[in-house]
Ligand binder design. Sequence first.
Ligand SMILES: [Fe+2]
Length: 232
Amino acid sequence: MAEPDAYAREDAGQPPSLHPPYKSTSLRSPSRPLVRIPQTLTETTGPRDAAGLMGPAMADLTAHHAGVPQGQRIIVAGRVLDERGRPAANTLVEIWQANAAGRYIHAKDQWDAPIDPNFTGMGRVITDAEGRYQFVTVRPGAYPWGNHDNAWRPSHIHLSLLGPAFATRLVTQMYFPDDPLIPLDPIACAVPQPFRDRLVARFDLDTTRPSWALGYLFDLVLRGPGATPMEA
Ligand SMILES: [Fe+2]
C-alpha cells in the first residue's frame, strides 16, 4: 500500500533524533526501531478551517499591549512553497520568540533578563493566495541555556506551519544572518550543512521600511530538494 504523503521522513537535511552535543536528545530520542502508527481520518483531514479555529490574526507582535515593546523593530516576511515552488495558500503560520532581552514569558524562564510588559512573543497568520506571510515584531535577544558551560542560544524565532491536516505540520526555527552564536549552537548545528543555511533569514532592503523597521525574508519550502529542515 502506498504511504500517505503526510508521513514524516528523515533525509539529509533533517536533524537526527539523537545529536549528543544537544544533550536532551539523548533522553528523548528513540532507542528502539520506530513503530509506524496508521493515520486516521482525523489526522489526515482536519482541521478544515484553520482560519476559523485560530481566532483573529496576530501579525503585529508589537501591538498586543498598551505600549511599544523594547528592542529593534523588524519585519519578517516570506512565502510558503511546496516542493515544486507553488505557493501554499491558507497555511497557518505561528511564531513564538523571546523578547529583545532574550527572555520568554514562561514560568520556567527565570534567568536574569527583564520581562517586557509590552511583549508577549506570539503571533499567527494565514498565508494568502501567493503563500505570503508577514509579521512585525522585535528582534529576539540571545539567551543562556543549560546544555553545556556558557551555552547561549542564537537569536531565533520558532515557527510552526499547519497545512490542511493535523499530520501536515512543520516545526522549525529561523536565525539571523551573521550571528556568531549559530556555529556554537548544538541545536542549529544538528542540521548539517549546507542545509543549516536554510534556517538563516536574509536581510532585505526592499522589505525594510524607511525610518521604521529592518526587513528579513524567510521562505519555507515543504519537502523536495529545497525543503526547510524540521526542528530536532
Ligand atoms: Fe527558543
